[in-house]
Write a protein that binds this ligand. Structure first.
Ligand SMILES: Cc1cc2nc3c(=O)[nH]c(=O)nc-3n(C[C@H](O)[C@H](O)[C@H](O)COP(=O)(O)O)c2cc1C
Length: 504
């Protein structure tokens, strides 16, 4: 008999029939990764509510469980005596699930997926991912809050800033390396924290770790990763740099343990998310079939799962978090502390007063407060005030949201940002093409960056200065009427699919 230490000694290798008998709320066993667990007593405590577990009572729940829960979850939250040991999976009845017409169509589309080399920019990965990703994963990654106005504005805001390039500058050699929070990076962007990596690829966040290593860029580890925190740290190589994104738990002892563990595992920055006292309402995600168990209204379940698993797994986040807590964070760690999700100059000035080391001007990729301003626009408000007050350099300023081109990165740096975070493009590249996809996405950005630094007349990051951009229309919000003649005449850029079709 093959049994992990500490598991219930009364039970041998289980059969599927034995597990299947425990299929009710009075006795509820589930199989995860080939092992059985008695979750009867845990049902009322499950952050996602009992109903979703009961759906798998007596059955194999691995497929539903794996993308949402890091592998160490059961060890952490279920007492050892409830770990019932291995199950002979040959004896477990595999439910024959007929693929939906939608899923069949997706599989067909996978057959005509464009080769990776057909992706020439970060948007191309999104175009491919939309066709080949499973619907719930696509809905979770691509969605924004409410009308998705902020999500779209994040990208278009960069188009309201124009370059004032310098000429006759020696740009034979271009050095785009930089320093963020005291550590080196080959280029001023980082992989920002995005939850549930395994929805897009079974390897999840560790795939991003490996790609980040290859390109010497920093990775921010999400609190709500699908891989365990330790797995993501273990995947790090050499002097590779990782930061931790923190959702603050109501129980500060848990929060302190997480912070100290991250520090002991070598994390070089603590990014506290401050724009999510409650998770935004992402309707595309809600509409997707991710949660087909109904809302609490019908089910009597105390947890409202109508807003998807993300809402359920984030129920621990403390909405009472406030400025008063900042000194405590500074007292429990030596890691630099950065507030992620700051959206007005007044709060940047407060952050300086409180002695934190940085801010991310961000609206969470448009997933929180809709019609909040873009990070780049907030930067145009923040940077001049800091300069005027002589506070430049008092803290590091990062921005994220909608960064898709190296020109976007350059604009942020000209305006005074240390670096930018990039979220969805790497998720889409990973979901569509795995690690080679993320590798190509990062390389494309590097190639664009080198070229555009030459074209703007900057040989190094220090050369990127405010006078190289014209921000006079950056804060003009009025959307003018569409110029229909030029819209009609314009030869639209195409996706990799359209390119392949046009060659037939
Ligand atoms: C699918 C997804 C999950 C995210 N999860 C988190 C999270 O768990 N914590 C957090 O602080 N930010 C999270 N974010 C926000 C990102 O860190 C970042 O602010 C945003 O993605 C930047 O915009 P971009 O996707 O346009 O690059 C998430 C974003 C996406 C798209």
């Amino acid at each position: 008999m093959n049994r992990d230490e500490g598991e219930n000694p009364e039970v041998g290798t289980l059969t599927g029939d034995e597990v299947a008998k425990h299929n009710s709320k009075d006795s509820c066993w589930v199989i995860v990764h080939g092992k059985a667990y008695d979750v009867t007593d845990f049902l009322p405590e499950h952050p996602g509510g009992p109903k979703i577990i009961l759906k798998y009572a007596g059955k194999d729940a691995t497929e539903e469980y794996a993308p949402i829960h890091p592998p160490d979850t059961l060890d952490k939250y279920l007492p050892k005596e409830k770990h019932l040991g291995p199950v002979n999976m040959d004896t477990v009845e595999q439910e024959k699930k007929e693929d939906s017409p939608e899923e069949k169509a997706r599989q067909e589309r996978m057959k005509s997926m464009p080769p990776l080399e057909a992706c020439y920019n970060l948007m191309d990965f999104e175009a491919v991912a939309r066709e080949v990703m499973k619907k719930p994963a696509w809905a979770y990654y691509s969605s924004g809050a409410d009308d998705e106005i902020t999500m779209r504005e994040n990208h278009s805001a960069f188009h309201k800033i124009w370059f004032r390039p310098k000429v006759l500058v020696d740009v034979e050699k271009v050095d785009m390396s930089t320093t963020m929070l005291g550590t080196k990076s080959s280029i001023p962007f980082y992989v920002t924290a995005t939850a549930l990596g395994k929805l897009g690829n079974p390897e999840g966040e560790v795939l991003l770790t490996r790609a980040a290593k290859q390109h010497n860029v920093v990775q921010m580890i999400p609190t709500l990763a699908s891989c365990s925190f330790d797995e993501i740290c273990d995947a790090r190589e050499g002097d590779q740099v990782q930061w931790l994104q923190l959702y603050v738990n109501k129980d500060r002892k848990i929060t302190e343990r997480i912070i100290k563990h991250a520090e002991s595992r070598g994390c070089k920055g603590l990014f506290i998310t401050v724009d999510a006292p409650q998770l935004g309402r992402r309707e595309k995600d809600m509409r997707s079939k991710f949660d087909d168990t109904g809302s609490n209204v019908q089910s009597g379940d105390k947890v409202d799962r109508s807003q998807g698993a993300a809402r359920a797994i984030s129920s621990f986040i403390d909405p009472s978090l406030s400025w008063k807590d900042i000194p405590w964070f500074l007292s429990v760690t030596k890691m630099p502390i950065v507030l992620k999700g700051v959206q007005r100059v007044e709060d940047v000035l407060k952050a300086i007063d409180y002695g934190v080391h940085g801010v991310v001007l961000s609206n969470h990729g448009g997933r929180q407060l809709d019609t909040a301003r873009s990070g780049i626009e907030i930067l145009t408000e923040v940077a001049p005030v800091l300069r005027e007050k002589g506070l430049e350099g008092k803290l590091e300023i990062f921005i994220d949201g909608g960064v898709r081109r190296a020109t976007d990165i350059i604009k942020a740096l000209c305006l005074g940002a240390t670096a930018v975070g990039i979220g969805r493009p790497f998720l889409f590249a990973m979901s569509a093409y795995g690690q080679p996809g993320v590798d190509r996405a990062m390389q494309l950005l590097k190639d664009e960056m080198e070229m555009n630094m030459r074209l703007i007349g900057a040989a190094s990051i220090e050369d990127l200065r405010p006078d190289m951009v014209d921000v006079s229309s950056a804060r003009h919000h009025g959307a003018g009427p569409t110029d229909s003649l030029s819209e009609t005449a314009y030869d639209k850029l195409i996706t990799p699919y359209q390119m392949l079709k046009s060659k037939l």
